[in-house]
Design a protein around this ligand. Structure first.
Ligand code: NI
Length: 374
């Protein structure tokens, strides 16, 4: 696929975004292109997604490239001629860009397989935004022999022509939790006849703020955010329950466990002090994404050789289920500069189609050099 074909494919995906685990048409379009060029496609263990397998002409190492496929429940406001035709659904995180780049890379590798040693597996993973695709696909037997994994992500602060390659942690573990306090509802004019869960929930929200400020090393990045609190229905009724939920973002396993335990303990003891029942639930997200330093150096030197500007992206506490694959083998999540005015997940997010071709060339060459050339 040349630049024009890549752009046309990308714009088509952008017009027809699909949410996680519903990427049926996206998967079909990718499979069609791959099979038309004789690439072996292995369906994923989920309803959507697939892996393209490109076998070289001599034995060698096995390398994997990984893209996500899904869109977000966002109403697009870009005004682009190829804007989403699906109300309330948009490729606001550039996964259409990622999928097109990796399709382009797979076809480049297929065309060059006479010179390729070993094997390249190109993973088209569904459901990244809902943290379900990575965990399921990373368990597939197909990836038992993969020695290195590489993933792509668009990056709006960098212009086209820049790649963000940074060693160490680049994404956090995005865990979430919820808490329900149950007391006894009553008339707001007779609070002594019930057990009010609202002051207890206020105490919990404030107490949780001391985790980052009082218990974590100030040099360690940690986020504890309570983003949703609800209780009650009217000004004169004390409700029976109060609810809160939020997220914890960490980079290190010990801190992750420690914060979970602290929150749970706070919930239990505040409930006890107020005579309430506490129901605390912890939903673990994927692990942090940690880029391998040696592989980063290899990626950066190839990127410079190919004329890219290489920069270090800002540290960020977002999450990415690419880490599920990194449990199997080391790898790198590479940020591709795609310009634009708005960050990922914003209704005005755009990714520069002019960046597609060079990114496809880069990932194809990266996989080829890491697998081995005859
Ligand atoms: Ni994304």
């Amino acid at each position: 696929m040349n630049a024009q074909e890549l752009i046309a494919f990308f714009m088509d995906l952008h017009r027809h975004p699909e949410l996680g685990l519903h990427e049926f048409e996206t998967t079909r379009k990718i499979r069609e292109k791959l099979e038309a060029h004789g690439v072996l496609c292995v369906p994923s263990s989920l309803a959507t997604g697939l892996t393209a397998v490109i076998q070289g002409s001599a034995p060698g190492r096995t390398i994997a490239l990984r893209t996500d496929l899904d869109a977000l429940p966002v109403q697009e406001e870009t005004g682009l001629s190829y804007a989403s035709e699906v109300p309330g659904v948009m490729h606001a995180c550039g996964h259409d860009f990622h999928a097109t780049v990796m399709l382009g890379a797979a076809l480049r590798l297929q065309a060059a397989r006479d010179r390729l040693k070993g094997c390249v597996k190109v993973i088209f993973q569904p459901a990244e935004e809902i943290s379900e695709g990575g965990a399921a696909m990373a368990r597939e037997d197909l990836f038992g022999d993969v020695e290195e994994f590489y993933a792509i992500h668009t990056y709006q602060p960098f212009e086209t022509g820049t790649l963000g390659i940074k060693e160490g942690p680049v994404m956090a573990a995005p865990d979430s939790f919820s808490l329900t306090f149950t007391g006894k509802g009553t008339h707001a004019g007779q609070p002594h006849k019930g057990v009010d869960p609202i002051p207890a929930m206020c105490a919990f929200v404030l107490e949780a703020q001391t985790i980052c400020s009082r218990t974590v090393n100030p040099f360690e990045p940690v986020v504890v955010s309570i983003a949703h609190v609800s209780a009650g229905t009217a000004w004169n009724v004390i409700p029976g329950t109060a609810f809160a939920e939020g997220t914890v973002r960490t980079l290190c396993r010990e801190t992750r466990t420690d914060i979970r335990n602290r929150l749970e303990r706070m919930a239990a003891h505040i409930a006890e002090a107020h005579g309430l029942q506490a129901d605390f639930r912890w939903r673990p997200g994927p692990d942090p994404v940690i880029n391998d330093p040696d592989l980063c150096r290899a990626c950066a030197s190839l990127a410079r050789e190919m004329g890219f500007h290489v920069a270090r992206q800002e540290d960020c506490m977002l999450g990415e289920d690419f880490s599920e694959f990194l449990r199997r083998a080391p790898g790198v999540l590479i940020r591709v500069g795609t310009g634009g005015q708005f960050p990922n997940h914003h209704p005005g997010f755009t990714a520069d189609p002019q960046a597609l071709e060079r990114a496809a060339d880069f990932f194809a060459r990266l996989a080829m050099e890491r697998a081995g050339l005859t």
